[in-house]
Design a protein around this ligand. Structure first.
Ligand code: ADP
Ligand code: MG
Length: 391
């Protein structure tokens, strides 16, 4: 766990870039700090590996103040990834990835083995090892940057807007890669971005920053459901209710059956008929107006892995108002959910949210009523009545 306690950092005489910032960053999770440009994100990140030192307050790592830990040691245990990978242009991919192991004087066989391992982990073809950064796509450069950050197997990975230079499709791939790596390698990741969607996708915890301080931190679903201030509400923007459905699992939905056929020409019924291919995968709906024709399938969802948001989209994009569920690696037809059943599930999800909201409010009240530090000795005495001594 990394803990910021009332940290302030100024550059010269300017107003502080970071001001009285407190934040708990849990170990083995991804924390995303998100906020508009200039709000102090990079300054915050750079204090974690002591590239910058705070002017006031303290940062602790597993309880130890950072300024009691050696900078070299610290940077060995914290990988750093920046936009476009921040690669050395005159070094090959392999040499870039090997940067930290070289500094640590690993022998060349160990380094070569580690480079191969990391290229595989970040899904980079081995054939790229001898290329220079300019000969790579933006997405590949970024993968090399991630591989380099992980080279010495650090406990913590610090990422400064790592994906802002790539297009949305490549970006989504990189986000999935890092999510997967986090689960597989169990790192503590602190990532910063100015993109709220990225924060929501990546973060176990999202911390929203404004003018050098954290205005709200918590699980993304909680922030979408209960923005703490007008700034957060505005920053999140529209669609927060709809986006919140992305955190509700589709697993509980009741699947029903529809008629299916493998030959659309033969179906003659008023009811919707789903067309399946030879392997049982849905391909479209029988078009009642056009013998032998099919209507677009719409999107589908997998109840085992997808959210209510994806399921609702499947229903809304279906020409017959039914979300088609698929299952297994082959994505075979598994059943359908009607819009009505989906809206019932959405309503239940709303009730769950209201319950969590009430629980959080109760927690806050308890925290206010009971100070965290136990108070010793008799408390304040009202009206001169001395409390009875307990036996
Ligand atoms: P962000 O990463 O959120 O865009 P930064 O942490 O880079 O924000 O910057 C926060 C504030 O500190 C900005 O006002 C910026 O101009 C200022 N700042 C950043 N680095 C320096 C520096 N080296 N010298 C002076 N001011 C700086
Ligand atoms: Mg920055």
């Amino acid at each position: 766990m990394i803990e910021f306690a009332h940290v302030t950092k100024s550059y010269g005489r300017d107003a502080p870039a970071v001001s009285d910032l407190s934040l708990v960053i849990p170990a083995h999770r991804t924390t995303v700090i998100v906020g508009p440009s200039g709000c102090g994100k990079t300054t915050t990140l750079r204090m974690i590996n002591r590239m910058l030192e705070p002017n006031a307050g303290e940062i602790r790592w597993d309880g130890r103040p950072l300024n009691t830990l050696g900078k070299t040691e610290l940077r060995r245990s914290m990988g750093y990834v920046i936009q476009s990978g921040g690669l050395f242009p005159h070094r090959t991919v392999a040499a870039n990835i090997a940067t930290v192991p070289r500094l640590l004087h690993w022998d060349s066989r160990r380094i070569a083995g580690r480079v191969r391992e990391l290229m595989e982990l970040t899904e980079l073809p081995e054939s790229l090892a001898d290329r220079y950064p300019a000969e790579l796509s933006g997405g590949q450069q970024q993968r090399v940057g991630v591989a380099r950050g992980l080279a010495a197997d650090p406990d913590v990975l610090l990422m400064d807007e790592p994906f802002s230079a790539v297009d949305p499709v490549v970006r989504a791939g990189l986000q999935d890669l890092v999510r997967g790596l986090q689960r597989e390698l169990d790192k503590t990741i602190v990532m910063i971005t100015h993109d709220l969607d990225e924060a929501i996708r990546m973060g176990d915890q999202v911390a929203i920053m404004k003018d050098g301080a954290i205005v709200q931190a918590g699980p993304p679903a909680e922030i979408l459901d209960e923005p703490a201030t007008d700034f957060v509400r505005e920053f999140i923007g529209r669609d927060r209710g709809y986006r919140g459905l992305g955190f509700a699992a589709a697993a509980g939905l009741r699947l029903t059956a529809v008629d299916t056929t493998r030959a659309p020409g033969t179906a003659t019924t008023e009811r919707p008929v789903l067309v399946l291919d030879a392997r049982g995968r849905p391909v479209g709906w029988v078009d009642p107006r056009l013998p032998g024709g099919t209507m677009d399938l719409g999107t589908v969802f997998d109840p085992a892995t997808d959210s209510l948001r994806v399921a609702l989209d499947a229903a809304l994009s279906s020409p017959v108002g039914r979300a088609v569920a698929v299952a297994g690696p082959a994505a075979r037809y598994a059943g359908v959910v009607t819009i009505a059943d989906l809206l019932t599930a959405v309503a239940t999800h709303r009730d769950d949210l209201a319950e969590s909201r009430a629980e959080r409010a109760a927690h806050r009240e308890v925290a206010v009523a009971e100070p965290a530090e136990p108070v010793s000795g008799p408390g304040p005495v009202d009206d001169g009545v001395v409390p009875e001594a307990s036996s």
